[in-house]
Design a protein around this ligand. Structure first.
Ligand code: SF4
Length: 341
């Protein structure tokens, strides 16, 4: 099987072109054809010498994942199920806004972290995705949407824990922010994590100023251990300390809190959460749980949502209630992978 040229890093592509007797700057030219102009094959790259196009086509392909499923919910949200080269499943969701979309990207096929309220966690990890497989989700979605519909924001909140796939995450962010790539501002990109402390530290030091979201879901270790087993490795004190170290000057952090009826939605939990986050520059997104078959949780009552929000607001936090879109096509928060089981 021929290799996908997109799997080469920038440095590897430059080295290859050197072997072909070509200048290094052609690497950027080729990546511009792939990502900015959406060229489907080497033949379309008309600014390249014909002999180079033929040589590339003789040794490489430009792989495009097959779309094995596409569903559009009544609220405009689109879920795409993609089949990768080895047929590992991968899902991406386009969340409809006014005249634009936010794309929710997967960083892994499945997820190893096993959060108990999440459908993807039940799949386990098939494998991590490469940077080009992450970028392929965007290329595919752009082709599917057509000219009038634009993707303006990216969130790494699909399948997987992106900070456990750090190198691919960083390389894909480079593709999305580069002028030869998607040319999207880092401020329109959000990386979400379940709380991988060394990854948060690396992000703060190495990455352009993308936004950071942390899926917290409990203000005390006992409960968080049960909801998110990763908490046993990186308990709340360590996680919050890493957030306090995270460089200021970026946008405020987002704390994601899935409200589970009767589990983490009491006024006492809200007060503990407010205390835990004191002094952190953050907003708290409250996400009422989406019921999925087989998961032992229920949605919160409206009264409980209101009470929880009021306590956070009185403590000085911005705490919007985010109703997940796309629930009817299993595209909502925590539902990815529903069709893969
Ligand atoms: S919530 Fe995120 S980190 Fe947890 S199992 Fe689901 S995909 Fe993985």
């Amino acid at each position: 099987m021929k290799k996908d040229l997109k799997e080469l890093s920038g440095a590897e592509l430059e080295a290859l072109l050197g072997e072909f007797g070509q200048p290094r700057w052609r690497a950027e030219e080729i990546r511009r054809w792939i990502y900015s102009k959406g060229a489907p094959d080497f033949d379309s790259m008309t600014s390249l010498p014909l002999a180079l196009r033929e040589r590339l086509a003789g040794e490489f392909v430009l792989f495009a994942p097959a779309v094995s499923g596409r569903e559009r919910a009544g609220d405009g949200t689109v879920k795409l199920c993609l089949s990768l080269q080895d047929e590992a499943p991968c899902e991406t969701v386009l969340i409809a806004g006014e005249g634009r979309f936010t794309q929710c990207l997967s960083s892994q096929s499945g997820c190893p972290l096993g959060c108990t309220f999440c459908q993807t966690g039940r799949l386990g990890l098939r494998r991590s995705l490469t940077a080009s497989e992450i970028a392929d989700q965007w290329l595919t979605a752009r082709r599917e949407l057509g000219e009038e519909e634009r993707i303006t924001n990216l969130v790494y909140m699909g399948m997987g824990e992106s900070l456990l796939n750090y190198d691919a995450l960083r390389e894909s962010v480079e593709i999305f922010t580069a002028p030869w790539g998607a040319d999207i501002s880092p401020r329109r990109i959000t990386v979400s994590t379940a709380g991988i402390v060394p990854g948060i530290d690396r992000m703060g030091k190495e990455m352009p100023p993308v936004n950071l979201a942390v899926s917290l879901n409990a203000p005390e270790d006992d409960l968080r251990d049960r909801l998110m087993p990763v908490n046993r490795k990186y308990p709340l004190a360590d996680l919050i300390a890493s957030l306090r170290r995270y460089p200021a000057g970026r946008k405020p952090l987002t704390i994601e809190y899935v409200l589970l009826g009767g589990t983490n939605d009491s006024p006492a939990m809200a007060r503990k959460l407010a205390k835990l986050l004191r002094g952190l520059r953050c907003k708290v997104n409250l996400i009422p749980f989406n019921p999925h078959s087989g998961l032992p949780f229920s949605p919160p009552e409206e009264r409980a949502i209101q009470r929880f929000q009021d306590i956070l607001k009185r403590s000085g936090y911005t705490a919007p209630v985010r109703r997940s879109k796309g629930a009817e096509v299993a595209a909502a928060c925590g539902q990815l992978g529903t069709d893969q089981r």
